[in-house]
Design a protein around this ligand. Structure first.
Ligand code: CUA
Length: 359
């Protein structure tokens, strides 16, 4: 019986481990700027605001419930065995042998602890597989928004394709006017290494793999700002590869799109800052539509000031942070591709004064 109790102990340990495997999904420990307005609670998968996220949570609860039952049954049996056989053990050790009778092998018990876990795993497998297929089989309905998401070390590019513009750090998506959720389909691509796109309140985690296109379906049912982050280790600034998703009412979204489609605002008052920018190596990496800057290695800056964050979310987009960033990006985001441009303080101010007009 002691042996059986020991085996049960290891099964209980296994069940506990299985439960802790769910733990990474339990809390999304996300780094985010506290100054950002989070309209929708915490970035937790236990607070879903989108159809696929709700489906995933249902499966998670089922897994947790099954693991909890296993845990209670196994721990109960162990405690029962400890209490039930403690007195007997004390009596036996007082006797000649010093050990209780040993039991070796029991076909019914061996069979039970093989078949029952197999059935449990089979049920969990079927339920998960059904959920995955249910989410993956979604096809974009007519009028659905499709956005191409490209993971770069270490920022996210959001290419709105036919709408004719590209942005970074913040993904803007619509909710339709009468509060009906609008389907959004993301195609996920990588420019370098494997990243993973995960906004826990809106959908499942999906890897972003070089040379492959993955798809992600979102169907937000609430407006607000949702945060997420790259969920696959991708180098020094993996933790600085944050995702902001802003869900708008349809009218607000259309207004946002109309603004993004415009070329860069041209303010004569800051023309010297613009000319300075256009004479530096900045233009090899950044695009500012309406100017000669057409680099594609770094975020499109055409409407930089419409974004609330810099450096893919590592700092809020304030005039102070913008100056610090242009002066030396390595300070806020060590390891990122953008070098300090070795500008003077005055030139940094002139360039930033122009950048601040890019609404
Ligand atoms: Cu990209 Cu981690």
């Amino acid at each position: 019986m002691r042996q059986i109790a020991a085996r049960e102990g290891s099964v209980a340990l296994f069940a506990t481990l299985a439960a802790t495997c769910v733990a990474p999904a339990l809390t999304a420990a996300l780094v985010c700027d506290p100054s950002l307005p989070l309209h929708s609670g915490t970035p937790s998968m236990f607070d879903p605001r989108s159809a696929p996220a709700e489906m995933i949570l249902d499966i998670t609860w089922l897994v947790i419930a099954i693991c909890a039952v296993i845990f209670v049954v196994m721990e109960g049996l162990i405690i029962w065995a400890i209490i039930r056989y403690r007195a007997k053990h004390a009596r036996d050790t007082a006797g000649d042998t010093g050990e209780p009778p040993q039991v070796y092998g029991s076909n019914p018990i061996e069979l039970a602890w093989t078949v029952i876990p197999l059935l449990i795993v089979f049920v969990l497998f079927l339920v998960s597989a059904r959920g995955i297929f249910e989410i993956d089989k979604q096809e974009p309905p007519p009028g659905a928004l499709e956005v191409r998401v490209v993971g770069h070390r270490w920022w996210w590019e959001f290419d709105y394709g036919d709408l004719g513009f590209s942005t970074a750090a913040e993904l803007h998506i619509p909710l339709t006017k009468d509060g009906q959720p609008q389907s959004v389909f993301l195609t996920l691509e990588s420019a370098d290494v494997i990243h993973s796109f995960w906004v826990p309140q809106l959908g499942g985690k999906k890897d972003v793999v070089p040379g492959r296109t993955n798809y992600l379906w979102l169907q937000p049912r609430e407006t607000g700002r949702f945060v997420g982050q790259c969920a696959e280790y991708c180098g020094a600034q993996h933790a600085g590869m944050l995702i902001n998703v802003v869900v708008h009412e349809e009218d607000d979204f259309n207004a946002w799109v109309a603004n993004q489609q415009k070329p860069a605002h041209d303010d004569p008052a800051t023309a010297d800052g613009r000319d300075l920018f256009l004479s530096t190596a900045c233009i090899n990496c950044h695009t500012v539509r309406g100017t000669v800057a057409n680099g594609t290695f770094a975020p499109d800056l055409t409407h930089l000031m419409s974004r609330s964050v810099l450096g893919s979310g590592v700092i809020a987009n304030t005039p102070e942070h913008l100056r610090a960033w242009v002066w030396d990006p390595q300070d806020a985001k060590p390891g990122c591709d953008m070098p300090a441009m070795k500008l003077t303080r005055e030139d940094t101010d002139r360039i930033c004064a122009w950048l601040e007009t890019l609404h």
